[in-house]
Design a protein around this ligand. Structure first.
Ligand SMILES: [Zn+2]
Ligand SMILES: [Zn+2]
Ligand SMILES: [Zn+2]
Ligand SMILES: [Zn+2]
Length: 528
């Protein structure tokens, strides 16, 4: 048994550690900023210096260095052990490899057309490096390919063969892979002919330092998100894209002894095993919660097993609320990690829970001045965008114009448009009383906006692709219900920034009977 003095001292040390850690994080951010500033200044200085040496004016030299390169290219750089092609591609060996190459080419071309038009005429060079022996072992454990050594080779050969500048190369081991990725990146990022780099090695903090000088350099580098994306990479302020039809979104079972389990997974295992000590239904639901994320436990070797969400089969709330009368004693591991889907019904303590202050006029703790531009503008079909706290976020839906409101209200008065039909694309209701006739685009947008302003009952935990309701308040500077917002305080404290995407988990259409929403109050028309 620990004495009070000892406990106090441990408490103090923990607090001290937290403070120090926060201070270090701040210092790091400052240093990164200063470093990037220094680099910019240096470049400017260098141009001036060179200009002097050549007897040229600074502007002339800048013009020369900006001359379009005759053979611009974009580089797709992939760590093949962190970014593994989808099972159906790998399984088809040579054929699958060729298909993967063509699909990647198409996906990159599409991305260039849509997001980087200045680079759309560049040739596409793809360099994938991997420890093929280990990768083959991992895939064989999941029974995707054979057990022979380097059994993935037919796939990589097909990939390399398919397109002139595409290479899938064996780098022997993990160190070899990192070495090749680092050197290729270094060469391309300083090469004026390289118009853009897609960097697909964001699962490993070992690559972190190399990206530091390119913080905020969205013209040059785009990060590719895959399974095990390390959210630290978001601090670079670079654009993030995904190729979910190509790369798998769940991590492979690792093949010991070569690879160690990532720290995050260890922590997760520890967390769930701690909570398992209290045998409540809540605990099982929590376990399901943990395994529902794509960052799944990498030791079970069953990454393809179907997920069963036990919590959804509990049905009524009382099912997991039976213990709530008892005094809570243990801290909730899930809340500590950022998010617990049970909210105030959780049997464990949620320290400093913001939802406690819901009754106050304002319990808003995040900066809401620019929510609209921080929200994602597009998502990948079949995936749910989430923030760093695993909370669902929505794509931005702009406020309707005055004319759109007028048209919407007129339409609404004659016959309420059916939400399911117009927004989900289908209505299963027999003899649906709502209007299924085609809507003008402005009216449809209004309908979408109004439905997004009503809170989804599952809130941040919702993973349904069919869900059309809102999972956070999108209005800039909204102070919540005090000013007529229909969303509660917790929906105003959801970080709007995209951290990751998780596969949707649809059991059925959840908001089946959610039809016909009330008119916005006339006074707030257009101000919503
Ligand atoms: Zn909890
Ligand atoms: Zn309908
Ligand atoms: Zn929802
Ligand atoms: Zn609001």
């Amino acid at each position: 048994m620990l004495g009070d003095a000892k406990l106090d001292s441990l408490d103090t040390r923990l607090e001290q550690f937290k403070l120090n850690n926060a201070a270090n994080q701040n210092d790091l951010q400052t240093i990164l900023k200063e470093y990037s500033q220094l680099l910019d200044d240096y470049k400017t200085l260098k141009i001036a210096y060179d200009a002097k040496g050549n007897g040229l004016k600074v502007e002339e030299l800048e013009a020369i260095s900006n001359i379009k390169h005759r053979n611009p290219y974009i580089l797709v750089l992939v760590d093949g052990n962190g970014y593994v092609f989808n099972d159906e591609l790998v399984r088809d060996k040579e054929e699958g490899g060729m298909r993967a190459a063509r699909m990647l080419n198409d996906a990159v071309e599409k991305h260039l057309r849509e997001s980087l038009p200045q680079a759309k005429d560049s040739r596409i060079i793809v360099r994938i490096y991997a420890d093929l022996t280990n990768l083959s072992k991992q895939l064989a454990r999941s029974k995707i390919i054979g057990l022979e050594k380097r059994s993935i080779c037919p796939f990589t050969a097909g990939f390399t063969r398919a397109i002139n500048l595409f290479d899938f190369t064996d780098a022997l081991d993990e160190e070899g892979t990192k070495f090749k990725i680092r050197e290729s990146f270094k060469l391309a990022v300083e090469d004026g002919a390289c118009s853009h780099i897609f960097f697909a090695a964001c699962h490993d903090s070992g690559y972190y330092s190399q990206l530091v000088p390119y913080t905020g350099n969205r013209d040059k580098v785009t990060l590719v998100q895959g399974a095990g994306f390390n959210s630290d990479f978001h601090t670079f302020g670079l654009n993030v894209t995904q190729f979910p039809t190509l790369f798998r979104w769940s991590e492979l079972a690792s093949a010991p002894p070569n690879t160690k389990a990532p720290f995050a997974n260890k922590a997760e295992r520890k967390a769930s095993s701690t909570e398992t000590k209290a045998p409540t239904k809540n605990t099982y639901a929590h376990a399901a919660n943990g395994s529902g994320s794509w960052r799944r436990d990498d030791t079970n070797g069953m990454s393809d097993a179907p997920l069963i969400d036990i919590s959804s089969s509990l049905g009524d709330e009382d099912g997991y609320n039976g213990n709530s009368a008892k005094k809570k004693t243990q801290q909730c591991k899930f809340f500590q990690k950022g998010f617990c889907r049970f909210g105030d019904k959780c049997n464990f303590i949620h320290p400093g829970d913001v939802s406690v202050s819901q009754q106050k006029p304002s319990g808003i703790i995040i900066d809401r001045s620019d929510i609209s531009s921080q929200l994602p503008t597009a998502v990948v079909q079949g995936f749910i965008p989430i923030n760093k706290n695993n909370q669902r976020i929505d794509t931005y839906v702009r406020e309707p114009t005055q004319e759109e409101w007028v048209a919407y209200n007129a339409r609404f008065h004659s016959n309420k448009p059916c939400n399911n039909h117009h927004l989900q694309g289908m209505c299963t209701r027999f003899g649906c009383p709502y209007d299924h006739n085609t809507l003008e685009p402005g009216v449809r947008h209004c309908l979408e906006y109004v439905v997004k302003c009503s809170a989804c009952p599952r809130k941040s935990a919702c993973r349904s692709v069919e869900c059309i309701q809102g999972h956070l308040c999108q209005k800039n500077d909204c102070v919540g219900q005090a000013k007529g917002c229909k969303m509660k305080t917790d929906m105003h404290n959801v970080d709007p920034r995209l951290a990751s995407m998780v596969p949707a988990e649809d059991e059925e259409i959840m908001h089946d009977d959610f039809s016909g929403v009330p008119l916005p109050p006339a006074t707030s028309m257009g101000m919503w």
